[in-house]
Every structure is written in C-alpha cells, then in structure tokens.
Design a protein around this ligand. Sequence first.
Ligand code: FES
Length: 315
Amino acid sequence: MADTEQQSGSGTALTTWHQQAFTAIGKWKWLTDLTDKATAVVDPLYDRFRANPALELAHGGRWVGHSLHPALSDLPIGFWAGSLVLDTLNKDAGGRGRFDASATLSAAGLATAAATAVTGVVDWSVSDGEDRKTGVFHGVLNSAAMVLHGASLAARVSGRRGTAKVLGAAGFAAVGAAGFVGGHLVQGRAVMVNRVATTGDGPNRWVQAIEEAELPDGAAAGVTVDGRQVALVRENGNVHAVDDLCSHAGALLSRGEVDGCLLTCPLHYSVFDVRDGQIVRGPAHHPQPVLPTRVRNGWIEVRGSLPQGRGRKKN
Ligand code: FES
C-alpha cells in the first residue's frame, strides 16, 4: 500500500456520534461563558470551606471510599422512572386525592435530586479543564429535569394530569441525557475515579531511584522506576515512597508541599500521610499505594508496592 494512501478506518456515524457530540459541546460559547461564571462563584466558596469535613463528606471522601454523587443520582432517576411507569400504565391508585402515587414518586425525586445536586457541585469544584464545561452541561440538563418535574408535580396536584404526564416524561428525558453526560465524565474522562488503580505492583526488584544526597530532609522528589512514577519524601531521616500520581485526579504529588509525614497535592490539596498512604484530607477517596524503600551505597532504592494500608519503611 502506498504511503500516501488514506486509511478510511472503521468508525461510522453509529460508533462515533458520541465523540463528535462531546467535541461539539466543548465548542459552545454559551457553555464556556456559563462555566466561567459558575467558576467565579463556586471556587472562592470551595476554597473557603476546603478544610471542612462536611465538604469532604459531600465528596464521599475517605469515609465512603468513592464519590457520593453517582450513587445518590440513582435515587431521583429511580423515583422519576417509577412515576413515568405509573403514568404510562395510567395507574394512579395508592395516593390520597390528587397527591397520588405518581405525585409521591415525583416529589421524592425532587427531594433527592436536591441532595444529589449539592454533591455534584462539590465534585465539580475539583474538576479541571474541559471536564468543567462538560460538568456544567450535565448540571444544566439536571436543572432542566428538576424544573420540568417541579412543574409536573404542580400540574399533578392542581388536577391537570395530562399536562403533568407530558412534563414528567420531558423531565425524565432530560435526566436521562444528564445521566449520559455524567457517565461520559466518569467512564470516559475518569473524573472522581481512582487514578492509581492501574499503576500495577512493580518494580518486582530493588531499583536505584535517586542518589541519597539529592533528597534533603523535608523535601519531595519525583522519580520513575521501571516505568512507574514515584514520589519520594524524606522526613526526619526516613525515606518514604508513594505513587506520584494523585489518586484523585492524577496531579504529581512530588510537586506538592511536604510537612513532616504529610504530602499535599498541588492541584486540589488532598493531603496524604506518606508513611501508609492514607488520606488525611480529601477530595481524594483512595489512599496512595506505598512502596518500600532502602538506602544502599548512597542510593535510595525502591521496589513494588505493599498492600494498601500496610505501609512501612526500610532504610
Ligand atoms: S489531583 Fe485532586 S487532590 Fe490531587
């Protein structure tokens, strides 16, 4: 085949539409403007309350072990799906007067959507770049769903059942679209997933990482050993090693601040204890894998990870 010949590839409109859709969404100017405005309001607030455990709990944090937002989002989707099914089957029994079973499910969806929105905004505050814009679009769709379901509930209790059904169906379409966009953020863009889940266990032997003299006390250094990025920290003469990629969103921890055994991520300020990799403050919800270290012939050496939570040092 000639070098200049074009390869057509195997992508078709049926398999690439979602890639094209998110590319197009990223170019919407109104979305960029809205993202800038939301950032100007939310970021200072987040910074002010960053150290508050309630804020970390809204992420899920170290207590839950993963993000709360995707789990909570099942509730409004489930309640509104139930309301839609009852409407579709024309089953309005089980309630009192105009506040029938569909209305109850619709109201429960609204209440749980409000809690889900709070956790969503908190997670959005620690997203970056294009993901922020996609996150705002996700929020716009969810807000539309809440407005439509609110209007549906109002129509339902005022006796306009036909209007309520149409609004409820439209609201469910909006929340379904929002769920698709949210799925793209988590599964396509790895937002709020453990970024060190796939770093592996290597190296499976002691590897020279850095000369001992190059790592002063109270400092961190980033090294690559057998392809694995590792942050080294020397504290009180002891050398500790953790994966350099932050479990939250992949920033390089070796560029963060060292305070004794604590290493602060430079991007969203999660704090890890380098002795065992455990989280001292979120938004991270997964600890950093710890690697054993030792000093031999003036070199700091590193080898594969200990199981999480069993950090120890060997100098
Ligand atoms: S990348 Fe977000 S806290 Fe480290």
